[in-house]
Design a protein around this ligand. Structure first.
Ligand SMILES: [Zn+2]
Length: 213
């Protein structure tokens, strides 16, 4: 016979304490509804478009987080939803983790977005659209930043090459005309200007290109 409130009060104080603490209060149940999550393969197919098969239940594609072009950098487990980028290191073990990172939201909100949270206040269609718009804006800003960096990298590389050509020219002329005389003076001057600029541009190029010094 199940233990009722009355029979619990008739029990010893210790038993009453135990029952009141653990049985009389509603258990804190999770409202996460795993069974309502979309299948990982369906989710990623919709989210990332073309996926390259990579072994059993795995696929690869370009990383949606760091935006690289390597078509195999991002590995996905199509059964569990786990993911891992071999370039930027972003990783997670489910599509909930993916949405948390993608939309910069916590666990509960990610579950709501995926329709896997038992809640009277479900995320409305309008909110999902807002999340999507914010995500697209972040993507556009990141693309703009990447393009500006690429342009600057090209500029710095071109300046570096120009300075190197000037310096090489002056160096070769010095070899021909010797270290003294008006032309030699001119060559020394060119080298004194270009060498510090080469060092500076080289350091900047390495920084922009992510090359370790
Ligand atoms: Zn990445």
């Amino acid at each position: 016979m199940p233990l009722t409130t009355d029979s619990a009060r008739d029990s010893t104080p210790v038993a009453w304490f135990v029952i009141s603490k653990y049985a009389m209060k509603p258990a804190a149940t999770s409202r996460f509804r795993r069974e309502r999550l979309p299948a990982a393969s369906h989710f990623y197919g919709h989210e990332l478009g073309k996926l390259h098969a990579a072994g059993r239940n795995h696929a690869r594609c370009a990383c949606p987080f760091h935006g690289g072009k390597n078509p195999t950098a991002f590995s996905i487990n199509l059964l569990t939803g786990g993911f891992n980028c071999f370039n930027c290191g972003v990783h997670g073990s489910s599509i909930v983790d993916y949405v948390m990172l993608r939309d910069h939201v916590g666990f509960t909100m990610a579950c709501k977005i995926l329709g896997a949270w038992d809640d009277n206040n479900r995320v409305s269609r309008a909110e999902v659209v807002l999340f999507k718009r914010a995500r697209e804006q972040r993507g556009a800003l990141a693309a703009q930043k990447a393009e500006a960096e690429r342009q600057r990298r090209i500029e710095v590389r071109d300046e570096l090459h120009l300075m190197e050509r000037c310096s090489d020219f002056a160096s070769h002329r010095l070899n021909s005309v010797g270290p003294k005389g008006p032309e030699a003076e001119h060559c020394w001057m060119i080298m004194s200007i270009t060498l510090p600029m080469i060092r500076e541009r080289d350091a900047e190029y390495r920084r922009l290109a992510g090359i370790d010094l």
